[in-house]
Design a protein around this ligand. Structure first.
Ligand SMILES: Nc1nc2c(ncn2[C@@H]2O[C@H](COP(=O)(O)OP(=O)(O)OP(=O)(O)O)[C@@H](O)[C@H]2O)c(=O)[nH]1
Ligand SMILES: [Mg+2]
Length: 261
């Protein structure tokens, strides 16, 4: 019984195949090739769109110690005002908007997605949620109260620069020396040198890594040479800004460089 049914099915399929073959032969060859070409081209275009989407992120993440001025910078970028009197953030601030400084520009301007991750040590792991989509990372440093915070800032920056996500994806990092509106603020050159020195020290003290750490972290700089930011595989630059006065052309330039309009 069963074999009979199978036999019948086989027969039926064979008939269908023959009919299909006849049909294909009826179609002029050029038309057939055109159809195959169209299918292949669509598949190729779909693939391109997917690839394109993945590489074209518009997210820029603000990080740095608590009190360095990230939230003030966030509001400056969004509204062109500092919203003075911000308190320690307990949640990331996140928004997609056209930069305030570009509002008056003509033509099509791509909105940027800015995330302000609080500096409180308990909230720092939030950074990992945003890194996979980051087109750029801004590490904000308080240039006024720099010396007492130098060690802590270097440790946080070291953690960021050794993250596998940052190194492998070569996420560009801007070290932004904030609060330069005050005359007592340290210069970006001074801050760069101090951070490099401190990270160099951390590099030697953190050689005894556990196996789990090695899996997730990358080593920094060139062994046997004093650490300098230019040795990083990702581009690390240093700039100055004042979130308070809104004087931050290098920050806006960094964002535009990595989030293409
Ligand atoms: N003089 C001066 N003060 C600033 C500037 N930017 C921020 N501040 C002050 O620094 C303090 C901290 O600023 P926030 O933006 O809240 O700092 P934050 O980095 O968001 O801190 P967390 O949310 O705790 O991570 C506030 O009292 C600001 O008024 C600046 O450019 N110049
Ligand atoms: Mg904040």
């Amino acid at each position: 019984m069963e074999t009979d049914g199978l036999e019948q099915l086989k027969h039926q399929i064979q008939e269908w195949l023959q009919e299909a073959e006849k049909l294909i032969h009826q179609i002029p060859q050029t038309q057939l090739y055109a159809a195959i070409g169209a299918v292949l081209l669509t598949a190729f275009l779909l693939l391109l769109v997917r690839l394109f989407r993945r590489t074209k992120s518009n997210t820029v993440v603000l990080t740095g110690l608590s009190g360095s001025g990230k939230t003030v910078l966030y509001y400056q970028l969004r509204d062109g005002s500092s919203h003075q009197g911000t308190v320690t953030s307990m949640e990331p601030n996140e928004g997609t908007f056209v930069l305030h400084s570009e509002m008056s520009k003509m033509g099509k301007i791509k909105p940027v997605h800015i995330v302000d991750v609080p500096g409180h040590s308990r909230l720092r792991p939030k950074l990992d949620e945003f890194l996979p989509q980051a087109a750029g990372l801004v590490f904000v440093v308080d240039a006024l109260e720099f010396l007492p915070n130098c060690r802590a800032a270097s440790e946080y920056l070291y953690d960021i620069l050794t993250k596998a996500n940052v190194v492998r994806k070569k996420i560009p990092v801007l070290i932004l020396c904030n609060k330069v509106d005050k005359v007592t603020a340290h210069t970006k050159e001074f801050i760069r040198k101090q951070l490099e020195k401190e990270i160099d020290k951390l590099r030697t003290s953190r050689t005894a890594l556990s196996a789990a750490d090695i899996a997730n972290e990358c080593t920094l700089g060139i062994p046997g040479e004093a650490f300098a930011f230019f040795q990083c595989q990702n581009k690390v630059t240093v700039a100055e800004a004042s979130g308070l006065t809104g004087e931050m052309p290098q920050l806006e330039q960094f964002i535009r460089e990595h989030v293409k309009a």
